[in-house]
Structure formats: structure tokens, C-alpha cells
Design a protein around this ligand. Structure first.
Ligand SMILES: Cc1cc2nc3c(=O)[nH]c(=O)nc-3n(C[C@H](O)[C@H](O)[C@H](O)COP(=O)(O)OP(=O)(O)OC[C@H]3O[C@@H](n4cnc5c(N)ncnc54)[C@H](O)[C@@H]3O)c2cc1C
Length: 521
């Protein structure tokens, strides 16, 4: 994954690309993996870093969605449960099972949720992650010793999948590259180009690092920009009405003491009728989320004080020691790219299914869906794109395509387990210079050598790329991440041959981002 090399492929190309994909989140990168592994030539452009948008800000669950079961959306749940199973098979180094406990404080909850979760097991069929069971009070407390015990009658345990969203995204980028795709971060589409019949035949993009503009030709253009879908649709047809109803979801991160064992808590019905999760995540506790309609989509959405209060209040109802604002290590928000329906006052009720639209000029927009179903979304989208562009029909192969780093027992690599089969190469790189084995910060589980790895092989271009997405430091402990920024800048500058001025601009810019993840109001 070398950006210069990828860029020179673009400059050298004289033929139109089979596909141009706009957007480097789960949707766009999933399409890149699918199309490249079928044998199509494609270029993917991302205006910021891969995963900078919603795809690094999820609850990090590979799940069927118990909530969609409550809403009666059986097809979506079944599809997602199947995809959950496929993803665990193709990326065992990144997806693992997690036990969820639904704590019961009312007499009717054990039979009610017990039966509901049995249906969830049944819908998973052969893709099941383990049978749900009703637990006694003692068994419940053993799994979640921090749970509020007064009035506790027991719990129901069920299993779902957990993953690190940005790490999966980066590994999918590498999978697509391994399959021959060309992918560029920091390249923003600024205009569409059309032929004399008004049919879309390419786009103009700007290299955000240099300001240079390039026009490229493609047989089909796919808009996979999630919450930003309308901006691309309006570049194509200025008067087209918006289709996205953006809705914000916030998560808070606390230390491990709030959830010291390996099980998560699932609250099936909060005051606003949503589900809420508290999940052990990379040595911390992740709690969320909310569903707040917002007027506009931003790359760095701002958590609202009311959303933070709501999560703190709900956590306090279930935990013996209610977390306070002082306990927050990081707070982050993401925007759901929900597709509008006629009556979209309540975004929590909008479908999480994906939508594919084709404009009069041939722009193919894919929006909505979930991380869990990215593979199936990509399959449907590439089928449609191939037909639209008149490409030779080629079958989808991603059901059985290993994701970069595939390793069946990567736990043996300890702290490097998430890198899967890349771990031995990273170990070599760490051994080559003793200073690379130093931790970047006492409160962050990351080594200096990982900066070198991410810059050389994972297209990290900025301090934010490394601290927010190649590793999750910003999401785990925003203050510590800000304190580590200058070390990261200096290591990256050495790799990229960038100046001292670049380093100080990077630190300043990262700290401005980091301020948003600190909650001190
Ligand atoms: C709070 C929250 C929790 C969630 N939890 C889960 C979960 O636990 N499990 C699950 O399965 N799903 C979950 N989801 C859903 C999932 O995260 C999203 O469906 C998915 O990440 C959307 O990916 P995307 O690629 O469509 O959008 P994005 O990730 O936002 O990607 C779109 C990209 O397009 C780029 N772009 C925009 N304009 C341009 C341009 N002009 N040129 C080039 N690039 C451009 C953006 O920079 C962005 O990176 C959650 C969503 C939210 C908000």
C-alpha cells in the first residue's frame, strides 16, 4: 500500500477504469474488494483517510441486530446473521465471539428475552455463535460483577460478534490492493464528467496533499459516500432532492474497571426505546449508543451534551458504580447514512437495509446498510454496476475470500494479534531497532515500531490516521493520544521524509481533533 505507487498507476492509465468508487468506508472498500477479486479494474478515491467517516465510529459489533428482531425485520436479521458467520470465517483474526448478558430486574424479562433470543439463535441456523441461556442471579453476577444487584433476578446470555472496525477496514483496503485494486486516500471528487449524451463517464478529483486536479474516465461511477451521498448526487444533478436522513450516534469510553470480565451488557429497551450496549473493547469499556437526527453530515461530528448525559444516566441505572463525566476517557460520534422514507421524524425507526439508486446519467449510489452486511451489499452493488456498464459478467468470490492478515490462531501473537499473519513481519521490524519496541505512552498499548509499519505498509499519511484508525488510541484515551502525538509525528516524518514544520502542523492539527474526544464541559 504505497500511495505514490498507487498515484502513478492513475497517472499512467490511458484506458477508462471499469469502475470508479467514491468513498473509502466499509461500503466503498467492500465494493473494491468484490470488484477487484472478480477481475475488474477499479479505482477508489477517499477524500480523507480510509475509514475516517462512520466506518471507524460504530459500536464494533458484527451482529444480526436484536433490535431489528424486536422490530420484526426478520429478513434483515437473517441476512446479517449469515454475513456475521461468513465474516468470522474469512477474518478469524479480526472477528471474535462475545457473550452478551441481558440483566433481568422484572419477573417477565427472563421468559420474554429468553424466547426472543432463542428465535435469534434459530435464525442464525448453521451460522450460530453459541446457544442463548437463562442465567441465575449468581451466574449473572459472576459474568458481570459490576452490575447493580438490588432487584436483580438473573439474566439471559446470548452470543454475537465483535470486531475493531477501523482495523477491519484497513485490512479490507489491503485485501483489495492484494487483488489488484488501486485505492487512494486524500483524494476528493470535486466534479463529474459526462459525454455528449449526458451520460456519466468519469470524475475530477483533487489530490488533497498537493492541490493538483486530475480527470479520470470510468465505465461506471459508484457513489459510496455514506452520510455524504447527497453531495455527490448533487454534483451529478444539482436539483436532485436529498435522500439521506443523517442520524448521530455517540459512544463513551471508560476504563476496564466498569466491565472487568469478558462479557458485555445489553440493555434491550432504554427510555428512548433503543438498545444500549456496554462492551469490553481493547482493554477499555465502550458504552453506547444514541440516535439523534442531525441537520448535516460532518467528518468529525460533535457529541451533544444531552447524548452524553443520556448514556451516563442509563449506565448508572445498571452499574453499581455509576460512571461520571470524570470517568470518560474518550467520546466519539458517528453519523448513520440512513435513507429517507416518507415519514422520517424518528430516525431510530428508519430501515438499516441498504438502498441502491441509479440516476438518469448513470450514477450508481449505494447507501444505508450496516458494517455487518458490507460484503453482501458489495455483491449486489457490483452486480448492478457490471450490468449498468456492460462489463463482462463475472461471479462474486468474496464468500470464501480470506481477508488480509487471515490467521486462525492469531492470539499467539499477543499484543499484535489483530495484525494476524502480518504479525511476524512486524515483530521483525520491531527487533531491527530496539527503540521501536518502546511504548508510545504508558497508558496506550502501542509500540513505536507500529508507526513505522503503518506508514510503510498501511498508507498512514497523518498523525490522526495512525492514532485514530491504524491504532485506536484516540478512541481509547484521547488525552494520552494527544500526549503521544509529537512522538508519532517525528517517527512518521522520518518515514515520509517530511519537515519539522510538517511535524508541528501535524501535532497541532491532531490536538485540535483530540479536543473533541475529551469531554470536559
Ligand atoms: C453510532 C453508530 C454505530 C454503529 N454500529 C454498528 C455496529 O455495531 N455494527 C454494524 O454492523 N454497523 C454499525 N453501524 C453502521 C455502520 O457503521 C455503517 O453502516 C457503515 O460504517 C457505513 O459505511 P459507509 O462506507 O457507507 O460510510 P462512511 O464510512 O462514512 O464512508 C463514506 C466515505 O466517503 C468519503 N467521501 C465523502 N465525500 C467524498 C468525496 N467527495 N470524494 C471522496 N470521498 C468522499 C468520506 O470521507 C467517508 O470516508 C453503526 C453506525 C453508527 C453511526
Amino acid at each position: 500500500m504505497n500511495r505514490e505507487e498507487m498515484m502513478s498507476r492513475v497517472l499512467d492509465r490511458t484506458e477508462p477504469w471499469d469502475l470508479l468508487v467514491i468513498g473509502g468506508g466499509a461500503t466503498g472498500v467492500g465494493i473494491a474488494v468484490d470488484a477487484a477479486s472478480r477481475g475488474y479494474d477499479l479505482l477508489l478515491v477517499e477524500q480523507s483517510d480510509f475509514g475516517k467517516g462512520t466506518s471507524s465510529r460504530s459500536t464494533k459489533l458484527v451482529h444480526g441486530g436484536v433490535r431489528y428482531l424486536q422490530q420484526g425485520n426478520i429478513t434483515l436479521v437473517m441476512e446479517a446473521l449469515k454475513e456475521r458467520g461468513i465474516l468470522r470465517e474469512n477474518a478469524p483474526h479480526l472477528v471474535h465471539d462475545l457473550a452478551f448478558i441481558v440483566p433481568n430486574y422484572d419477573w417477565w424479562e427472563a421468559p420474554f428475552y429468553g424466547i426472543g433470543l432463542k428465535v435469534y439463535d434459530l435464525l442464525a441456523g448453521r451460522y450460530g455463535f453459541g446457544p442463548s441461556k437463562i442465567l441465575s442471579t449468581a451466574q449473572t453476577i459472576k459474568r458481570i460483577p459490576t452490575l447493580r444487584t438490588d432487584g436483580l433476578r438473573g439474566g439471559v446470555i446470548y452470543y454475537d460478534g465483535q470486531f475493531d472496525d477501523a482495523r477491519l477496514l484497513i485490512n479490507l483496503v489491503r485485501t483489495a490492493a492484494d487483488q489488484g485494486a488501486t485505492l487512494l486516500n486524500y483524494t476528493r471528487v470535486i466534479a463529474m464528467t459526462k459525454d455528449s449524451n449526458g451520460y456519466l463517464n468519469g470524475a475530477v478529483f483533487e489530490d488533497v496533499e498537493t492541490g493538483a486536479e486530475y480527470t479520470i474516465k470510468a465505465k461506471v461511477v459508484i457513489n459510496a459516500t455514506g452520510p455524504f451521498s447527497d453531495s455527490i448526487r448533487q454534483m451529478d444533478e444539482p436539483d436532485t432532492p436529498p435522500i439521506i436522513s443523517p442520524s448521530q450516534g455517540v459512544h463513551l469510553v471508560f476504563d476496564k474497571s466498569f466491565l472487568p470480565r469478558k462479557s458485555a451488557i445489553m440493555v434491550p429497551h432504554t427510555k428512548d426505546g433503543r438498545v444500549m450496549f456496554a462492551i469490553p473493547y481493547l482493554g477499555a469499556t465502550l458504552v453506547g449508543t444514541t440516535d439523534t437526527p442531525v441537520a448535516k453530515s460532518y467528518l468529525e461530528p460533535r457529541p451533544l451534551p444531552g447524548e452524553i448525559d443520556f448514556i451516563l444516566e442509563t449506565s448508572g441505572e445498571y452499574l453499581q458504580k455509576p460512571p461520571s463525566r470524570d470517568d470518560i476517557l474518550s467520546v466519539f460520534a458517528g453519523i448513520r447514512p440512513l435513507v429517507k422514507e416518507n415519514n422520517d421524524e424518528n430516525t431510530a425507526l428508519l430501515s438499516r437495509d441498504h438502498t441502491i439508486l441509479i440516476s438518469n446519467s448513470g450514477l450508481l449510489t449505494i447507501a444505508g446498510g450496516k458494517w455487518t452486511t458490507y460484503r453482501q451489499m458489495a455483491e449486489t452493488c457490483v452486480n448492478a454496476a457490471a450490468t449498468l456498464a456492460g462489463l463482462e459478467s463475472k461471479p462474486c468470490v468474496t464468500k470464501r475470500l480470506n481477508i488480509h492478515g487471515y490467521h486462525k490462531s492469531s492470539q499467539k501473537f499477543g499484543a499484535l494479534a489483530l495484525y494476524g499473519s502480518d504479525a511476524p513481519a512486524i515483530q521483525d521490524l520491531l527487533r531491527a531497532e530496539p527503540s521501536r519496541q518502546e511504548r508510545l505512552h504508558p497508558d496506550l498499548p502501542v509500540l513505536a515500531g507500529e508507526v513505522v509499519w503503518a506508514t510503510r505498509f498501511e498508507a498512514a499519511r497523518t498523525v490522526d490516521d495512525f492514532l485514530a484508525r491504524r491504532t485506536r488510541c484516540l478512541f481509547l484515551n484521547a488525552r494520552a493520544a494527544m500526549q503521544a502525538a509529537s512522538k508519532v509525528a517525528s517517527l512518521m516524518a522520518r518515514e515520509l521524509e517530511n519537515s519539522r514544520q510538517w511535524q508541528s502542523e501535524q501535532v497541532e492539527s491532531f490536538c485540535r481533533i483530540g479536543e473533541r474526544y475529551l469531554q470536559e464541559t
